[in-house]
Design a protein around this ligand. Sequence first.
Ligand code: AMP
Ligand code: MN
Length: 272
Amino acid sequence: MVSDGTLTPEALAERAKTNGVELWALTDHDEVGGQHRALAAAGAQGLAYLTGTEISVTFAGETVHIVGLGFDPDDAALTQGLLATRGGRKQRAMEMSDSLAKAGIPGAFEGALKFVGNPELISRTHFARFLVEAGVCREPHEVFRKFLTEGKPGYVPHRWASLRNAVGWITGAHGVAVIAHPGRYNFTANEEYALFSEFKEHGGRAVEVVTGSHTRQEFVKYAETAKEFGLAASRGSDFHSPTESRTDLGTLPFLPGDLTPVWELLASRIRQ
Ligand code: AMP
Ligand code: MN
């Protein structure tokens, strides 16, 4: 709601409940402004809730997402850190628009803005919606194959938060930091090893193993990585919208039984 999803917290809570979800976390990008509303919506559905966010980090020249769970959403260092992370998105969006214009697609900034709820949080998803609406691509996944990614029109490299800061903000606010969808990054084996080791050194404690962004082979691969690094495991849909997301809330397989679920580390932070 305050980043790039299309449903309200109330509609998400209802959908989660209907789909049999037992514990829900709303994880807007670089924002915690929807947390109190999500908590109330979960309460109204009788759904257990953990606070959530997904912080954009630059590591080894790539954008990595670090999920935070179970933190205090009013923590000053966390909210200040997220505010700083969001700054620069508008400038980047204008540069993305210039790059698309050079590729023969004018008006992308204004076009993407129409889809933006929170003006601080214009993201590539909003550009993807514009490119679909303009008939340039059929669906968002096609957009990310042809545009907005490294080497393609509309891609603008950006410096997000450091890994150390993102993990520090989350743990400082009494939450648990989680490496989101590691299968999505284009890292060499060495870079991936560095990500996991540095993440642990900074106090990170979990990795997303089962997610809508992973293949079944990646479920197995990252279950092994979790054990190798002594990390707990999380499971998340990465659900953004009924028409754009491949994975609906509550429809993914369970975590492999030999992993420690991240919510075991957060039992005292779950709000009923
Ligand atoms: P940004 O934070 O502006 O870089 O945009 C990140 C958003 O782009 C995320 O919410 C993702 O859902 C979306 N995204 C990034 N890569 C892909 C991809 N390959 N396929 C679909 N969506 C993607
Ligand atoms: Mn993500």
